[in-house]
Design a protein around this ligand. Structure first.
Ligand SMILES: Cc1cc2nc3c(=O)[nH]c(=O)nc-3n(C[C@H](O)[C@H](O)[C@H](O)COP(=O)(O)OP(=O)(O)OC[C@H]3O[C@@H](n4cnc5c(N)ncnc54)[C@H](O)[C@@H]3O)c2cc1C
Ligand code: FES
Ligand code: FES
Length: 474
């Protein structure tokens, strides 16, 4: 078996790596093949940030958790780790600021903090960053020893330090890569014309997007993949397209970019987006991966169901591309079961623009504020005409085997006067509409109580009552 070679840029030079198995992680490639040991393994599940590296260059560069990212996904890209930042012994501003603020706390987490702040430093382009921006940048980095304050202080001071003086690095020469993008050991197709016929030929190949779900099957369950089709290079699937009535988001658009696009017309989504994982997972994980994976506690699906989104499923049949639209709530058949046929792929998520009378309430309850999975997620999309509920859609996560639409509760509210009595009836119905399970995140009773209380909260908010958010407390 001849595996395709990986060629990537590291420290200004192309490196070629042979015989890398499809399920080898980028972290293992960095530590064991490139022999770069500053990048650490903490949890091997995307939770702690010790393995954070920057993947890509220029405006495309972003942090990823290398422990759950497949090594082959880095083919053709630049990787940067913490030990690449200093020049001739002079530390990068991020590193010097961390030293001066006593923020270099332990050797396991610090390289990951450095890379998250390096990503922020580059995005800030020399300006000072706020405490909130710094908190968002390190939302995927866990410290269990002394705390975050010195790290945040360092982040807010890093713009004051000079960059190390380095003679401009010569741009690495083009590679003579002969890698076949359609090699099914780890295919990296670049267009739908390549992707869909490949899927038809290899219906059992593992589809890989950001790897923030699928990477865990490798590190936690030791799965190997005989064939992988990576969809992240497909140009069409990276697009966000605006139409008069809707927005169409390609399946390979990152969670970060997809939520930002939705927040342009619906500002309520911005706060909700920050509750999704930490920054490296949001930058690596895709909207299509979240929807296709179909976890009952996934966060984008309650939102998208409430917004009336449809998914576009595509396949290559009879020598041409075919597609069908499916309302998102009909996409799921059961726990991790969907209507997707073996030759189909989820290619677009289509979301109608808001009506003028729309009120959107998005609530996620989880044990931790950042980088945690929902106990319950509830999104209420309410259309009020004078004091009547003209239309309502409710998406819920964490209460059934799939993300669900609360159609019985909607029926109780639709065409009714929007008042405390209607909301009370809707609360009773919502608490009975699903049979949630008890697990380590929440008991069934607590989940039912949450459904009631989140609806109550939406009612109070609709009355203009300012509510205290946990994160607003000093
Ligand atoms: C630390 C951590 C925190 C997380 N926090 C959250 C959170 O707060 N909320 C939340 O909802 N999720 C969370 N997740 C889960 C995960 O990040 C999301 O589900 C993410 O959107 C998955 O996208 P991906 O591109 O990484 O998918 P991948 O892992 O690459 O793929 C996931 C699955 O979807 C399939 N797939 C991917 N794309 C397609 C496609 N276009 N067509 C058909 N099948 C496809 C793959 O075959 C695979 O089975 C978290 C994960 C981690 C590691
Ligand atoms: S090792 Fe913990 S996030 Fe990768
Ligand atoms: S910096 Fe490693 S536990 Fe705090």
């Amino acid at each position: 078996m001849t595996l395709p070679k990986i060629e990537l840029i590291h420290r200004g030079r192309w490196q070629t790596l042979s015989n890398v198995p499809p399920a080898r992680t980028l972290l293992d490639l960095i530590r064991e093949d490139l022999r770069v040991s500053d990048t650490k393994e903490g949890c091997a599940s995307g939770d702690c940030g010790a393995c954070t590296v920057v993947l890509g260059s220029g405006a495309q560069a972003h942090t990823v958790n290398s422990c759950i990212r497949m090594a082959h996904s880095a083919h053709g890209l630049q990787i940067t780790t913490a030990s690449d930042l200093s020049v001739n012994g002079q530390l990068h501003p991020v590193q010097q600021a961390l030293v001066d603020h006593h923020a270099s706390q332990c050797g396991f987490c610090t390289p990951g903090f450095v890379m998250s702040l390096y990503d922020l430093y580059n995005r800030a382009q020399g300006r000072a960053v706020s405490r909130e921006e710094a908190m968002e940048a390190i939302s995927g980095n866990l410290c269990r020893c002394t705390g975050y304050r010195p790290i945040l202080d360092a982040a807010m001071a890093m713009h004051l330090y000079p960059l190390p003086k380095a003679s401009p690095a010569p741009a690495p020469a083009e590679t003579s890569s002969e890698r076949d993008p359609l090699d099914p050991h780890y295919a990296l197709p670049t267009s739908l014309r390549q992707l869909l016929p490949l899927r038809a030929r290899f219906p059992k190949a593992q589809i890989m997007a950001g790897g923030t779900d699928a990477g865990l099957w490798v590190t936690q369950q030791h799965r190997q993949f005989a064939q992988v089709i990576d969809i992240t290079r497909v140009a069409e699937l990276q697009r966000i397209e605006q139409y008069p009535q809707h927005i169409a988001i390609g399946a390979a658009v990152s969670i970060h970019d997809a939520f930002a696009a939705l927040a342009e017309r619906r500002p309520e989504v911005a706060h909700f987006a920050h509750r999704f994982a930490g920054r490296p997972v949001r930058q690596s994980g895709t909207l299509g991966g979240n929807v296709a994976n179909g976890s009952p506690i996934g966060d984008s699906m309650p939102l998208l169901i409430a917004l009336g989104a449809q998914v576009v499923l595509m396949a290559w049949r009879g020598g041409r591309m075919v597609h069908r639209h499916v309302p998102l709530e009909d996409y799921y058949l059961g726990y991790r079961q969907t209507v997707l046929k073996p030759d189909e792929l989820l290619c677009w998520i289509v979301v109608p623009h808001p009506h003028a009378d729309e009120q959107l309430h998005c609530h996620k309850v989880s044990k931790r504020l950042e980088d945690d999975i929902s106990s319950v997620c509830l999104v209420l999309n309410l259309h009020l005409q004078q004091d009547h509920v003209r239309e309502v859609r409710i998406g819920v996560g964490g209460v059934a085997a799939t993300p669900v639409r609360a159609t019985r509760t909607e029926a109780v509210m639709r065409a009714q006067v929007f008042n405390a009595a209607t909301v009370a009836k809707a609360q009773d119905t919502l608490a009975q509409e699903f049979n949630p399970i008890s697990d380590m995140r929440a008991s069934a009773d607590y989940r039912r109580l949450l459904l009631r209380n989140l609806l109550q909260r939406a009612w109070l908010q609709a009355q203009g009552q300012g509510l205290v958010q946990l994160e607003d407390l000093p």
